[in-house]
Design a protein around this ligand. Structure first.
Ligand SMILES: Cc1ncc(C[n+]2csc(CCOP(=O)(O)OP(=O)(O)O)c2C)c(N)n1
Ligand SMILES: [Mg+2]
Length: 326
């Protein structure tokens, strides 16, 4: 990772953290509609992966997708407006957190269907290869999603087609309120091995380790050698969704949460950057202030934006109806 990529990666991680903390605050005030799944604690995965991608590369994301979108370059004004259901949102306020797309950035969708993005990224990768583009696609998904049958189907076809797709499993140890060892057998990154898909396990809280694994997988995919499955071990700090305290019990041991908070990927990367002389603490503090100010500005933009016009509710829903042939 060059110095520029490193500082951009740091900024991107801080932007995700600031954005998610703002959503947490809004939700607690009752000012955020809908279900929200925060990405706090997992920032190094999205940023490590997306910092190894080009703008024209594609990603599919999950119900926990804000970090993926920001890391891929999404505009946080539009994202905040989307979350508040405003007309200026990335999808004009119609998609919300779990159904955001921005084709101009290769963001081909967050997805409320667990595992739903996996075959979409596989198809997109095949499509790019078919058209002779040198773009690659990434499917982000969770450890819970790794148990969906569609992962096997996608690994199989990607292997047969040598599709330029990277399967990135964010193993944050939980699927909703169930611990992975009660749900998931074996090692996730080994699931493609019988099909000839290499698997890599990486520390998902180490942005440089993720970036290195992703760069190698991306190079392989661009050479036409096919897919890779990366399993990034990480942890979500927040509940499965905001507000889960109202119905979910204390399902995560306190010591476990403390263990992972001590491994916060952001200060860990800050220590690396300052120790090697890539940045001073003052420079990193300034980045944080700028990013927090940017999130405040995004919230103002969203709050001052108009609601969608009910008269447009059906726009974009149906294709023009062709006159029936007789
Ligand atoms: C097909 C499908 N089944 C179940 C659900 C309900 N659901 C939403 S998130 C989730 C857990 C997903 O866990 P994981 O894939 O590990 O992602 P994480 O939330 O940990 O990021 C479940 C079961 C769903 N949205 N879609
Ligand atoms: Mg999980």
């Amino acid at each position: 990772m060059t110095q520029t990529v490193s500082l951009d990666a740091y900024r991107s991680m801080v932007r995700i953290r600031a954005f998610e903390e703002k959503l947490d605050e809004l939700f607690r005030r009752g000012a955020l509609p809908g279900f929200v799944h925060l990405y706090i604690g997992e920032e190094a995965v999205a940023v490590g992966v997306c910092s190894a991608l080009r703008k024209t590369d594609k990603i599919t994301s999950t119900h926990r997708g804000h970090g993926h979108l920001i890391a891929k370059g999404a505009d946080i004004d539009g994202m905040m407006a989307e979350l508040l259901g405003k007309a200026t949102g990335t999808c004009r306020g119609r998609g919300g957190s779990m159904h955001t797309v921005d084709f101009s950035l290769g963001i081909i969708g967050t997805n409320g269907i667990v595992g739903g993005g996996i075959p979409i990224a596989t198809g997109a990768a095949w499509g790019d290869a078919y058209l002779g583009n040198d773009s690659i696609s990434v499917a982000f998904f969770g450890d819970g999603a790794s148990n969906q049958g569609v992962l096997l189907e996608s690994l199989n076809l990607a292997a047969v087609w040598k599709a330029p797709v990277i399967f990135v499993c964010e193993n944050n140890l939980y699927s909703e309120w169930t611990r992975h060892d009660q749900l998931t057998a074996g090692r996730i990154h080994e699931r493609g091995l019988p099909l000839g898909v290499p698997g890599v396990e990486v520390d998902g809280n180490d942005v440089r380790a993720v970036h290195a694994a992703m760069s190698a997988a991306a190079d392989r995919a661009r050479r036409g050698e096919g897919p890779t499955l990366i399993e990034a071990r990480t942890y979500r700090w927040s509940g499965h969704n905001l507000g889960e305290e109202a119905f979910a019990g204390a399902y995560r041991p306190t010591e476990e949460q403390e263990y992972w908070r001590e491994r916060d990927p952001i200060p860990a990367f800050a220590r690396v950057l300052t120790t090697e002389g890539s940045a001073t603490s003052a420079e990193l503090d300034r980045i944080e202030q700028e990013e927090r100010a940017g999130v405040d500005a995004a919230l103002r933009f969203a709050q001052e934006s108009p609601d969608p016009d009910p008269a447009d509710a059906f726009d974009g829903l149906f294709a023009e109806r062709k006159e029936e042939r007789r």
